[in-house]
Design a protein around this ligand. Structure first.
Ligand SMILES: [Zn+2]
Length: 376
């Protein structure tokens, strides 16, 4: 089992599948699943490859993951080449080792081992792997879930293999995520000579009260599962730094709100619009919505995942909804029980990304145990 996980992880890491490219990773996975009787559907949408595969009937567990990776960054700073998987002192180095080619390998090996031993289990095992999770997340899981919903497919349980552990494998599982909403607001002034401000209107000066309102914005105080909703400014741009004698005619401000189920996104939008109006700012605002919050506060999958972690990782996990959103959000539309469990996330997206090889082995045992407890 351990060697199979290492070999498969290495085969995947060797492929420089920088988001949204898959470059053949999913072919490797489809071939293995086909070999154990899975029905394979390759759903290509624009540049994104998606693999939807399933075996069995009845209550469905979907393993969710992505075959794309973020770019390597400065290759000279890597101790080992990012796309040449290398094992050092029990760790496997390479881009995607932890996020998330390692956990995909653990999933596949767990499924293979389970299906070979218990070929007529009671339920349906499926996988949904995409190649655009790290980029726009537009032509991947989101669209495939839409296709599945149109077909009236049911997914009862959804297990995302994103690296959720903090220090020890299984010390943290995500049982929900905050929603994410972004906006770019363009605030207009009147362009003019900087020495004659009486004939102009400075949009930078005008926007300061609005920015102050954003910084003081209190949306809610969170709840048992979620931290308070929070706004962060990610972009400000105005004027031309080479032209020192001109008042510009607009400023652009970008901000993002991570919010919990205590507040609706419509309420957030109306608060922001109110600030713009209160400060008398001529503006144009564009909203970008990437997902509502979701939570799995109880259920069969949660109990089984918790028990499996305790059994194999000898640790009691904490439940968390912190961090960025994930493809799990799309399954909330299918009313699935959604949980995320994967390797330690300390090095993800960094130079020298790595994963403890033993963790992939334990993770695979946990995934297999989840299958046993759901379907036997
Ligand atoms: Zn990931």
């Amino acid at each position: 089992m351990l060697n199979s996980i290492i070999n498969l992880s290495q085969d995947l890491i060797k492929i420089p599948s920088i988001s949204p490219l898959d470059l053949g990773c999913q072919d490797i996975l489809s071939a293995r699943l086909k070999n154990i009787g899975f029905t394979i559907e390759n759903i290509k949408i624009n540049n994104t490859n998606n693999l939807w595969a399933y075996r069995g009937t009845g209550k469905t567990l979907t393993f969710v993951g992505h075959t794309d990776v973020v770019p390597a960054g400065n290759i000279k700073k890597w101790k080992t080449p990012p796309f040449k998987p290398t094992m050092i002192n029990g760790y496997l180095f390479g881009r995607g080792a932890a996020d998330m080619k390692g956990s995909i390998s653990s999933m596949i090996i767990a499924i293979e081992s389970f299906v070979k031993k218990y070929s007529s289990y009671d339920g349906r095992i499926s996988v949904l792997f995409t190649s655009d999770e790290e980029s726009r997340a537009y032509d991947g899981t989101k669209k495939v879930v839409q296709i599945l919903r149109n077909r009236k497919e049911k997914i009862h349980y959804c297990l995302v293999g994103e690296p959720t552990s903090n220090k020890i494998l299984g010390d943290c599982i995500k049982n929900g995520r905050r929603g994410s909403l972004s906006a770019i607001v363009k605030i207009y002034g009147i362009q003019g000579h900087i020495a004659y401000p009486e004939f102009a209107e400075n949009p930078i000066h005008k926007s300061f009260l609005f920015i102050k309102n954003l910084l003081n914005l209190e949306l809610d105080s969170g709840n048992f599962y979620f931290q308070p909703s929070e706004l962060q400014i990610f972009y400000i741009s105005a004027g031309n730094m080479n032209i020192t004698n001109m008042i510009p005619n607009f400023i652009k401000i970008g901000f993002n709100i991570r919010y919990n189920p205590e507040i609706k996104k419509e309420v957030i939008c109306s608060k922001i619009k109110y600030f713009l109006k209160k400060n008398n700012l001529k503006n144009k605002i564009s909203w970008f919505f990437s997902g509502d919050p979701f939570i799995t506060s109880s259920g069969k999958l949660l109990n089984i995942v918790m028990d499996s972690i305790i059994k194999y990782s000898k640790i009691s996990p904490i439940l968390s909804t912190s961090g960025g959103t994930s493809d799990g959000r799309f399954f909330s539309l299918m009313n699935s029980e959604i949980l995320e469990l994967g390797p330690v996330n300390k090095t993800i997206h960094k130079i020298n990304e790595c994963v403890k090889i033993q963790d992939l082995y334990i993770l695979s045992k946990i995934y297999k145990n989840i299958l046993k407890n759901l379907f036997l």
